[in-house]
Design a protein around this ligand. Structure first.
Ligand SMILES: [Zn+2]
Length: 153
């Protein structure tokens, strides 16, 4: 069994649906075959996949898991990337990045990418002010609520 086949086995049906929608064409032929055979193993037709996507696009989760804002999978990959976009940013950590950059030292930040549909949840280098998506800030809000609730009891 290939690495991809093992990964696909762990995917839930809806995750396969989003993978097909957003990533299928980026795969090589052998990988496409692995995906197709996983789909037929589960008897997931094109219609069933479309229904799953329609269902999950309107699904709301009230758990505290970090989910992809596009497909709601919890399979989020974390990468350390060199932080180079220091222009126009405010905040102590970012000022340190600017300072380190001037001295030629690289600063690493975490980049979060959905492993199912390739959605980039936060890219420290994407510019703009949206370093953390709503999903991520909701995630931390939930953790904070949990902490404060525990302290109350
Ligand atoms: Zn996703």
């Amino acid at each position: 069994m290939t690495k991809l086949e093992k990964i696909l086995e762990q995917y839930e049906d809806f995750e396969l649906a989003f993978l097909v929608k957003y990533k299928f064409n980026s795969y090589l032929e052998t990988s496409k075959q692995a995906i197709t055979s996983e789909l037929s193993k589960r008897e997931l037709t094109k219609e069933k996949l479309e229904n799953l996507i329609a269902k999950y696009e309107h699904q709301r989760f009230h758990d505290s898991l970090l989910r992809c804002p596009r497909c709601f999978s919890t399979k989020i990959g974390k990468d350390s990337v060199v932080f180079w976009n220091t222009y126009g940013r405010i905040g102590l950590a970012d000022n340190i990045a600017v300072f380190d950059g001037m001295r030629g030292k690289e600063t690493y930040k975490e980049k979060l990418t959905c492993m199912v549909c390739d959605f980039v949840i936060n890219d420290p280098n994407s510019g703009g002010l949206i370093a953390l998506s709503d999903a991520v800030s909701r995630f931390f809000q939930k953790i904070w609520e949990n902490i404060t609730n525990k302290n109350r009891h």
